[in-house]
Design a protein. Structure first.
Length: 186
């Protein structure tokens, strides 16, 4: 008869034939842990033939993340002190060179490795309303506009634009006009 095996954290052991000669112990790890080592062992001559496996928390290496993100996509590494991160750990993604993320801005360590959407860095322009003119309207109103997108400028009722410029186009990281008109009373 073989001794009862102690389950480590995250491990479940099931037995056939109550620890008798020929009994099999099967090892299962509870998610989010994975087994390292054998999946089962047999009782022979009062001993378990194989050493017990271990159950370790799932993790993801930073190297594997760098292999799957585009070159100019950069994980934000604040508070990261290891090159391997635990299951469910989420990193923010950003872009180099004034570009903006297109897609979901995070990468999460999952059961199959890093979970990341199709992400890319795109050229674009910030909302042109950096002015303090409360009467100036920009349509469509967004935080970020991609290269080639345009906006229409208008004023609230009772005000008119100070110039002929009514449309701006995003030309990469700058707008087609450097000087925005302002709104003046009619």
């Amino acid at each position: 008869m073989c001794p009862h095996l102690n389950e480590s954290e995250g491990m479940h052991i099931s037995y056939t034939d109550n620890f008798n000669e020929g009994s099999i112990a099967s090892f299962h790890c509870v998610f989010p842990r994975e087994r390292t080592g054998i999946s089962r062992t047999t009782c022979r001559n009062g001993e378990w033939v194989d050493p017990m496996p271990t159950c370790t928390l799932l993790s993801c290496s930073l190297d594997s993340l760098f292999r799957i993100v585009p070159e100019n996509v950069v994980p934000v590494m604040d508070n990261v002190t290891s090159d391997t991160l635990p299951f469910n750990y989420t990193l923010q993604l950003t872009c180099d060179g004034g570009l903006r993320i297109s897609g979901i801005e995070t990468a999460t360590c999952g059961s199959e490795g890093w979970q990341i959407s199709r992400v890319q860095c795109v050229a674009g322009c910030p909302n042109p309303l950096k002015t303090k003119d409360p009467e100036l309207l920009v349509e469509p109103h967004k935080d970020f506009y991609r290269f080639g997108e345009s906006v229409t400028l208008a004023c609230n009722p009772g005000y008119v634009l100070s110039s002929e410029v009514v449309r701006l186009m995003c030309l990469g990281s700058t707008w087609s006009e450097t000087q925005l008109p302002h709104c003046q009373e009619e």
